[in-house]
Design a binder for this molecule. Structure first.
Ligand SMILES: Cc1cc2nc3c(=O)[nH]c(=O)nc-3n(C[C@H](O)[C@H](O)[C@H](O)COP(=O)(O)OP(=O)(O)OC[C@H]3O[C@@H](n4cnc5c(N)ncnc54)[C@H](O)[C@@H]3O)c2cc1C
Length: 454
């Protein structure tokens, strides 16, 4: 029986980062993977999504070229070529992970891993042993009640791997994934309907952001239905029929983008004594330790936002704890959340509503991109930076950005908070000119009561 210090099950952004960090710490490390190196994130989810969204962004820029004095025809989408590029991007990044395994002497064991108790992991006919095991098997799609996947009713991963560009598409769920799918396909020329059961788009974002996102989506021709339940899905050979409210609809594909659950089937959690919480996720402490000694769990298997960067960070914490380092629990609320639709959306911390409900001394600064030079220069005056502060200590409670590069701009505020800075500090940091990040500085000044451009 081959013996390792650390066996990681799953090679997504949680598992592969864990394995590399474990190897850096001097652990003899193996990763078990039943499908493709890089996990769902690199192969089917985050990366394919962003590769196709990038194409939609290029198409949008071409369509808007007239505003900049360039005359072009309506772009033609060669969907086969789009998918070819998507696949090339995936291959390049997953190849990079395999290369990192080799460079760090991480052994890849191909097959489905299951726990056998006492530090043992079975893969096919072989059994391995390790002092520490890290579970990083991620999550799988779940249908919403009253629906099931099959035929042309697909999940979000399949939505980024369609074999044809449909004429029509219906998306159920306007969270990050559903909004990305709607925004990409609408700009690739597909007639998109987007359904949300709650009363606004991106319902977990700040209400001001939802409003602007809805405006942006409508400008892209997306038919948005909030407060609407989709029912009676029937998949046929070429389309899916369904009902919503009093109306009926038909689309080339229906994407259910409304939930995922941990991939724990056949993992042998009971055998190893790994307990679940009331939501069916693996119970862990702040160091990612499960209820079974020597077994850690990370990523989409455990509570907290289901995000790739969260999975990676948890993996680092797990193996650093195994190595005897002092670690500290992640502040989940302060992890940046990014939605790569257009308009781009990013946030961290509390929404205004949450901050008020929690009884903070709430102060808010809102600055449109148009208030600073860069918004006008680059052609995005409609973006908005909204910062929520607590007046007592100048604390940054949350920030919400919509508009070009929001997913990049949010990081400054996350860093400021985690380095124990507040909005008065951000307001006084010199920002380059003309940049969109000046809108972040101005929003911080707006919270502090001395907005210059506005
Ligand atoms: C469409 C979509 C888009 C997304 N976009 C983003 C984004 O832009 N940014 C972001 O931060 N997050 C995004 N996410 C979320 C992100 O994909 C997940 O949070 C992330 O993949 C979790 O990483 P993980 O390592 O826990 O698991 P995964 O990436 O799911 O990897 C788990 C791996 O474990 C393997 N595995 C499972 N069981 C076993 C077993 N028994 N034995 C061996 N191997 C096993 C699986 O095959 C898989 O390769 C997106 C999700 C979806 C669905």
């Amino acid at each position: 029986m081959e013996v390792f210090d650390v066996i990681v099950i799953g090679s997504g952004p949680g598992g592969y980062v864990t394995a590399i960090r474990a190897a850096q710490l001097g652990f003899k490390t193996a990763v078990v993977e039943k499908d493709q190196v890089g996990g769902r994130c690199l192969n089917y989810a985050c990366i394919p999504a962003k590769a196709v969204l990038r194409v939609a962004d290029v198409a949008s820029e071409i369509r808007e070229a007239g505003e900049f004095g360039i005359t072009v025809n309506e772009p033609t989408i060669d969907f086969g070529a789009v998918m070819e590029r998507r696949n090339k991007v995936v291959k390049s990044l997953t190849g990079g992970v395999s290369g990192l395994f080799k460079k760090n002497s991480v052994e890849l064991i191909e097959g489905s891993g299951s726990l056998r108790g006492e530090g043992r992991v079975k893969v096919g006919g072989d059994t391995y042993e390790a002092r520490f095991i890290v579970l990083a098997t991620g999550s799988v799609k779940r249908p919403i009640p009253g629906t099931e996947f099959g035929g042309r009713v697909v999940g979000t991963e399949e939505a980024w791997a369609l074999s044809e560009l449909p004429r029509t598409l219906a998306v159920i769920g306007s969270g990050a994934s559903g909004s990305e799918i709607a925004s990409a396909y609408a700009r690739l020329g597909v007639k998109v309907q987007l359904f949300e059961a709650l009363d606004r788009l991106l319902p977990s974002e700040d209400a001001d952001i939802s409003k602007l996102a809805e405006r942006g989506f409508k400008q892209q021709g997306i038919d948005v239905h909030t407060g609407t339940l989709v029912k009676d899905l029937k998949t046929g050979e070429n389309s899916v029929t369904f009902t919503y409210g009093e109306a009926s609809g038909e689309a080339g594909y229906v994407v259910i983008a409304a939930g995922r659950g941990p991939d724990i089937e056949g993992l042998g959690l009971d055998t190893a004594g790994v307990a679940l919480d009331e939501r069916g996720l693996i119970q862990v402490d702040g160091r990612m330790r499960t209820s079974a000694a020597g077994i850690y769990a990370i990523g989409d298997l455990v509570p907290g936002p289901a995000l790739a960067h969260k999975a990676s960070d948890e993996g680092v914490i797990a193996v650093e704890d195994a190595a005897g380092f002092t670690t500290h629990p992640i502040s989940y609320i302060d992890i940046p959340r990014a939605t790569f639709c257009t308009p781009n959306v990013a946030s961290f911390g509390l929404t205004e509503e949450q901050a008020r409900a929690e009884g903070y001394d709430v102060v808010v600064g809102k600055v449109p991109y148009g208030a600073v030079g860069a918004g006008t220069v680059y052609g995005d005056r409609q973006g908005l930076v909204k910062i929520i502060g607590d007046e007592r200590f100048g604390e940054l409670l949350g920030a919400h950005i919509i508009g070009a590069k929001a997913t990049e701009l949010i990081q400054e505020l996350v860093n400021a908070k985690l380095l124990e800075g507040g909005y008065p500090e951000v307001a006084r940091i010199v920002h380059g000119h003309p940049t969109l990040s000046e809108a972040v500085m101005e929003a911080a000044r707006a919270v502090d009561g001395w907005l210059i451009h506005g």
